[in-house]
Design a protein around this ligand. Sequence first.
Ligand code: BMA
Length: 251
Amino acid sequence: MGPYNGKNAIVFGGSSGIGFATAQLLCRRGARITIADLNPPPSDDIAGASWVCCDVREQSQVDAAVLKAAGRDGVHWLVYSVGIQRYGTVVTTPVEEYDLVQAVNARGAFLAARASISLMKQGGSIVLVSSVQAVACQNGVAAYAASKGTLEALTRAMAVDHAKDNVRVNSVMPGTVDTPMVRTSADSLRGNAPLEELLQEWGSYHPMQRLAQPEEVARVIAFLLSDEASFLTGSSYRVDGGLLAQLPVRL
Ligand code: BMA
């Protein structure tokens, strides 16, 4: 029995991007996966996982997804990898848009954890997918940055509250990852420039000079979920190709 066999995991946002890569990896390593997502995963790519349609803004849908994943054994692992990005300052972001970003990116994580923790009968592990933008941010991305900051605070709060229940809670803070969310963002900003050119430019801001692939984040998430990380809780792991290590000051 490896650290993944027999584990029952629910991956919110598991049909695309980092969530999909995580669901695939956990499946390959022998975990039982339920994907909770508005859309189904790309067909036949993920044999063995089941999908439940879920709008994370709706508590009843989140509760139902977690109950389905838990079955009779309870749930061991929760991954929250749901994210939308909207651009604007505090002044230019419509209030409704701010609320939407908070609801999807952060409030949904609260609902998912709320539903899951009581079903983590022998303890469990939670990983929230946050962002480097929780701690240092670009211009004009106020709502998204605020939502990711919420996830970081929630990670710490849950880690402290539920250590006694044998539940560990950590987050990952990715830099720019080649996901549908980032591609949608780039598409909305590229003007006449080719999409691939802008993505390459975004990659070049990282000391490693490239975007991350979703699997590179998924491998860290899988580690944090597993008992290999048995004394890790309340922490955030940067998976950012050196982005936050660098000052924008050149010699
Ligand atoms: C991510 C997204 C990306 C961005 C990256 C680094 O969370 O916001 O659009 O490029 O952070 O700032």
